[in-house]
Design a protein around this ligand. Structure first.
Ligand code: ZN
Ligand code: FE
Ligand code: FE
Ligand code: ZN
Length: 264
């Protein structure tokens, strides 16, 4: 009985299928609920090719609302990116829009979309450890804004397999996890990494243990960009959570968290 907190729609321009098919798949595999969390519009032009335009947002809300009221429960969420300057739009907009869940992500370092396959070659010309350090400091800034509920894909820079040793990751992640904890945010286990070069979920077992030690709430998401990815490998996510010391997960509704026992 889990809720998939991270599901996209075709409005982001890189996902396929009808939103009703995502809900249909969730029902088919017995999920308790799913939260649509498509990439938020950014009127300043940030990463315009991977998100809905502001004018499309009413259509997104309508598409989600149409699917509510049955089983599984359908939640109205958004995946919003943190980047320097994002608050000008996001702070008022997130406050005035009645979301159930706001995922916070970092997909860019300066002008480099580091998880975009088109930009993968850039990894060959950067200092991997320094890149990760910059990433975690951006995540810390994300937490400090208090704009978001959940940190999405906590160790996204590993997507194509570039990463420093675990000891270095732990040292740079700990202060960021402290800031996430201080912000009252959750982290997600995001199973989409299993479908990428790295071949493992976000976050790594090590980072999840560090989150569990801090009693940071946990939710689960597939980051589905196609209907049959909804709830993907949630059995493995549950096993990863248990292994890290978690015994509970959370659900979000109206941006409030409720603790639920983790299935065994
Ligand atoms: Zn996407
Ligand atoms: Fe993302
Ligand atoms: Fe996503
Ligand atoms: Zn995502």
């Amino acid at each position: 009985m889990l809720i998939d907190h991270h599901v996209h729609t075709f409005l982001c321009r890189h996902a396929t299928g009808d939103p009703s098919d995502y809900v249909g798949h969730a029902r088919h595999i017995g999920l308790q609920g799913l939260s649509f969390s498509d990439h938020a519009p950014a009127p300043d032009g940030y990463d315009a090719e991977n998100r809905m335009a502001m004018e499309e947002f009413p259509r997104y809300e309508q598409a989600v609302r149409c699917l509510q009221g049955g089983k599984p429960e359908v939640l109205f969420g958004i995946e919003a990116d943190y980047y320097p300057g994002c608050e000008a739009f996001l702070a008022p907009w997130l406050k005035q829009t009645p979301f159930d869940v706001v995922l916070g992500s970092v997909h860019y370092i300066d002008n480099w979309g580091f998880d975009n396959p088109e930009n993968r070659k850039v990894w060959d010309s950067v200092d991997v450890t320094e890149t990760w350090r910059t990433y975690f400091s951006l995540l810390g800034e994300l937490a400090d804004t208090r704009l978001f509920d959940v940190v999405a894909h906590l160790d996204l820079p590993k997507k194509f397999g570039h990463r420093p040793p675990d000891t270095e990751i732990a040292e740079m992640a700990k202060p960021t996890l402290d800031r996430i904890r201080a912000a009252g945010m959750a982290v997600e286990i995001n199973t989409s990494g299993l479908r990428k070069t790295v071949g493992e979920m976000y976050p790594s077992p090590l980072l999840l243990e560090l989150a569990a030690e801090r009693d940071i709430p946990l939710c689960v998401g597939s980051d589905a960009h196609a209907p049959d990815q909804v709830g993907h490998a949630f059995d493995r996510a549950v096993a990863l959570a248990h292994g890290a010391g978690y015994r509970e997960t959370v659900r979000l509704r109206g941006r409030r968290m409720t603790r639920l026992p983790l299935p065994s």
